[in-house]
Design a protein around this ligand. Structure first.
Ligand code: G1P
Length: 294
């Protein structure tokens, strides 16, 4: 029987160079989509998928992320005294339980694989989830599950390692990790190969690794080798390629949508999509968009 996925790693040390100058003094993960920081959306998704312990791999200048997931005593006290109970309750329901967060630092920007390796002591010897915080997801129309819940469900079915994938245009594949497809089970399929950022025209499929994973703890010993891959960085995909020699990998085709908030267009689209999904602002936003487009 597969083990329960209790812990998730959020690599939040990235410099956000695609989004300067906004990210000069503010971590990119703290930019807001509607009224929640990007990283809060990702933590919401992890909570919905049953995650109980949230491991943040941070870096210098990322202190506000830690503050965001702590109590803000003066603020909360003021809200209570002013009878702003709705705002107070909302903050309280977002607050992770005491002891449910861990923060460690990636001391140098050596790549995603290195960031995940930095969480090894906190994860220990159990399968765990990884959520790339640039990527935020919305369920498909008529559904309620965001991406990680589907990944965890696929883990309960197949065991081993699971990666969320999404189909992109062939001319975009060189920007991502790509999987090769084996036996198809409908919403999931067997992964027979992976490659990180293949040169244009060489990708084995149009399915990108879209930023949600369940991995076995054996990945840490492979990341420990610190082998450099695409872009001179220690790549998570390369360690997964090694792990796939001894352990099964399956993909989940997420049928909702993933927004890359690390890109300008993805960030703007995310604000529109998440706004339209929010009952308190949807009608007003739709009217504004209509005016702009007319
Ligand atoms: C990382 C992963 C890549 C994945 C991508 C999704 O790349 O290495 O496999 O497809 O995230 O955004 P990065 O965006 O950090 O270059």
């Amino acid at each position: 029987m597969s083990k329960r996925i209790r812990k998730a790693v959020f690599p939040v040390a990235g410099l956000g160079t695609r989004f300067l100058p906004a990210t000069k003094a503010v971590p990119k993960e703290m930019l807001t989509v509607v009224d929640r920081p990007v990283v809060q959306h990702v933590v919401d998704e992890a909570r919905e998928a049953g995650i109980e312990h949230f491991v943040f791999v941070t870096g210098r200048g990322k202190g506000t992320i830690e503050d965001h997931f702590d109590m803000a005593y003066e603020l909360e006290d003021t809200l209570r005294r002013r009878n702003k109970s709705k705002e107070y309750e909302a903050l309280m329901s977002d607050l992770p339980a005491a002891g449910a967060t861990s923060f460690t630092r990636q001391q140098a920007p050596l790549g995603l694989g290195h960031a995940i390796w930095c969480a090894r002591e906190i994860i220990g010897d159990e399968p765990f989830a990884v959520l790339l915080p640039d990527m935020i997801t919305l369920p498909a129309k008529g559904k309620t599950q965001r991406c990680l819940a589907e990944v965890v469900a696929a883990y309960e079915k197949h065991g081993g390692n699971i990666i969320a994938v999404e189909e992109v245009k062939p001319e975009e594949t060189h920007q991502y990790g790509i999987v090769a497809c084996g036996k198809d089970y409908g919403s999931t399929f067997e992964i027979t190969g992976m490659v990180e950022k293949p040169p244009q025209g060489t990708a084995p499929s149009n399915f990108i690794i879209s930023g949600r994973y369940v991995l076995e703890p054996e990945i840490f010993a492979l990341l420990e080798r610190h082998e450099k891959g695409a872009g001179g960085e220690i790549q998570l995909t390369d360690a997964m390629i090694h792990l796939a020699k001894t352990s099964p990998f399956h993909a989940v085709r997420f049928d909702g949508r993933t927004y890359d908030t690390g890109s300008k267009l993805g960030f703007l689209a995310a604000n529109v999509a998440f706004g339209l999904a929010r009952p308190d602002v949807a009608d007003g936003l739709r009217a504004e968009l209509k005016k702009l487009l007319d």
